[in-house]
Design a protein around this ligand. Structure first.
Ligand SMILES: [Zn+2]
Length: 423
C-alpha cells in the first residue's frame, strides 16, 4: 500500500532544492518516492496525508546514542559525588549499567525509539552497555526499534572494566549478533581495554568485515592512561590494531588529540562523531573539528534523541571553538546518511521521510533553508514520520504502540532500577 502526500513542498536534503508537488511514497526497504501530478481518484482516504503548507524532507539519523541511559533521568544522586570525568563514569554510569536487566533494556529501547521517531529520527546508531545482562541485549534493542519503525546499527560496548567474565560475554554477544544482523564491534574506550582485548576485537572486525565503535579521547584521562601504560597516544594505539583502516569505524568524541593524531584520522576512512551537549555536561572540553577532515557526524551520546537540538548546540558552541558555519553543521547532521549508504548498511531508505509543520514568520526557500534549520526548526515541528514507506508517527503520535503503555513500562522499570541504585 502506497502513501500519498498531497500538496507537499519537498526539500531535497542534498541540494536543498524546493519542489511543490504531490508525492507517492512506495512501501518497503526499496520503495521509491515519486513526484506525481494527480493522486488517483480511487485512493483510500487513510492513504492520503494533506501536506498543504508543510515541508517534506528526508528523516534524520543519530550517529552515537546510548539507549541504556534512558532510565537515568531524575535518578537518585550517586553515593559519592564525582569530581572528574573518570569518577562520573565510575560512580554514575558504571554503577547504573551494572544494574540493568533485559526488561529495563527493553523499556529503555522502546522509549528511545519513541523519542527518536517523534523527533524525526528513523535511524539510530547505538552503543550499548549492560555488563550483567549482556546475552540477548542487542536482540532486545533491535526488536523494540523494529517494532516501532526505527532502523539501527547496534553494538555491545566491550570492556575489561568489570572483569574477565563480562569481557568474554561482550565478545560472545557481539559475535552472535553479527552473525545474523548488521552491527559494529563496540569497544568502550582505550583506557578500559587491554591489548589482549583489542587484539581479539581486531579479529572480529576482520572476520565480519566490520569496524569498531569506540569512545576516543573524550577526556584527557584517556590519553594520560594510554601514555603511561602503552607509551603511545590513543589514536596511535587504535591504529596499531588496524581500527582506523575501516570506513565503518566510528570514533566518538575525539576531543583531546594532538595534531598528528588528527592528521591520522583525517587521512583514514574512519568517521568521527561530535556529541557536544554531552561534552558540555561532563565538562570535558568542547569538540573542535579543525584538522579532523570532513567525515564528521553528530550524535546525542544518550543525553536525548533529538538531533535537531544537537545540531543547533553544535552550531552555537562551534562559534566559540572554530567559527563553524551553518552549512558545516548541516553537513555533519546529514553525514550519517553517507556513512550508512557508503558502507552498504540497510535501513536508511529513500522513503524515510519527515513532514514538518513549520509555520515560520518569514519565507523559507532554498537560499535561506539553513537559517531556518539552525534558528527555527525544533522537534515540535515534526508532525508525521514515514519509515520504509510506512507511517510511524501521525499527528505527532506514535502509530505502532500506545505511548502511555511505553511511558508506564519505562516508569515501572525506572523505579525498579532506582531501587537497586539505592541499595
Ligand atoms: Zn558515548
Amino acid at each position: 500500500m502506497s502513501l500519498f502526500l498531497k500538496d507537499a513542498t519537498f526539500v531535497n536534503w542534498e541540494t536543498l532544492e524546493f519542489k511543490k508537488s504531490n508525492l507517492k511514497v512506495n512501501q518497503g526497504a526499496n520503495g521509491k518516492v515519486e513526484f506525481i501530478e494527480t493522486i488517483p481518484l480511487k485512493t483510500r482516504a487513510d492513504q492520503i496525508i494533506n501536506c498543504q503548507g508543510k515541508f517534506v524532507t528526508k528523516s534524520f539519523g543519530n550517529a552515537h546514542h546510548h539507549i541504556y541511559s534512558v532510565l537515568s533521568r531524575g535518578m537518585p544522586a550517586p553515593k559519592t559525588t564525582p569530581e572528574n570525568f573518570y569518577e562520573i563514569l565510575k560512580y554514575v554510569w558504571w554503577n547504573l549499567d551494572k544494574k540493568l536487566d533485559i526488561a529495563m533494556i527493553e523499556a529503555s529501547a522502546l522509549y528511545a525509539a519513541m523519542e527518536s521517531l517523534k523527533s524525526g529520527v528513523t535511524f539510530v546508531i547505538d552503543h550499548h552497555s549492560s555488563p550483567f545482562a549482556i546475552e540477548g541485549s542487542l536482540e532486545t534493542i533491535a526488536g523494540a526499534f523494529e517494532f516501532l519503525g526505527v532502523s539501527h546499527l547496534l553494538c555491545y560496548e566491550i570492556s575489561d572494566r568489570d572483569g574477565m567474565q563480562t569481557g568474554v560475554e561482550g565478545f560472545t554477544q557481539t559475535e552472535h549478533y553479527l552473525k545474523s544482523s548488521q552491527g559494529l564491534v563496540g569497544l568502550h574506550a582505550s583506557f578500559t581495554l587491554s591489548d589482549h582485548s583489542l587484539r581479539r576485537a581486531a579479529l572480529l572486525v576482520e572476520k565480519f568485515k566490520s569496524g569498531v565503535h569506540i569512545h576516543v579521547a573524550e577526556d584527557q584521562y584517556d590519553q594520560d592512561h594510554c601514555k603511561i601504560n602503552y607509551k603511545k597516544t590513543v589514536v596511535d594505539r587504535l591504529n596499531d590494531f588496524g581500527f582506523l583502516n575501516s570506513s565503518k569505524t566510528i570514533l566518538a568524541h575525539c576531543l583531546h588529540l594532538s595534531k598528528s593524531e588528527k592528521k591520522l584520522i583525517n587521512e583514514s576512512p574512519a568517521w568521527v562523531v561530535e556529541n557536544i551537549e554531552s561534552n558540555l555536561n561532563n565538562n570535558v572540553g568542547c569538540f573542535n573539528a579543525k584538522g579532523l577532515g570532513s567525515q564528521i557526524m553528530l550524535g546525542t551520546d544518550g543525553m536525548h534523541s533529538d538531533m535537531l537540538r544537537s545540531a543547533q548546540y553544535a552550531y552555537f558552541t562551534g562559534q566559540l571553538t572554530n567559527n563553524v558555519n551553518m552549512a558545516d553543521i548541516y553537513t555533519r547532521f546529514r553525514n550519517v546518511h553517507h556513512y550508512i549508504q557508503n558502507n552498504g548498511f540497510a535501513g536508511d531508505c529513500e522513503n524515510n521521510l519527515v513532514i514538518l509543520d513549520y509555520p515560520s514568520p518569514t519565507e523559507m526557500n532554498s537560499e535561506n533553508f539553513l537559517g531556518h534549520f539552525i534558528y527555527g526548526f525544533n522537534s515540535k515541528n515534526v508532525e508525521h514520520v514515514i519509515s520504509k514507506g510506512e507511517i510511524v508517527v501521525k499527528d505527532r503520535k506514535l502509530v505502532n504502540m500506545n505511548e502511555e503503555d511505553i511511558l508506564g513500562f519505562a516508569r515501572e522499570m525506572g523505579n525498579k532500577l532506582w531501587k537497586k541504585l539505592r541499595e
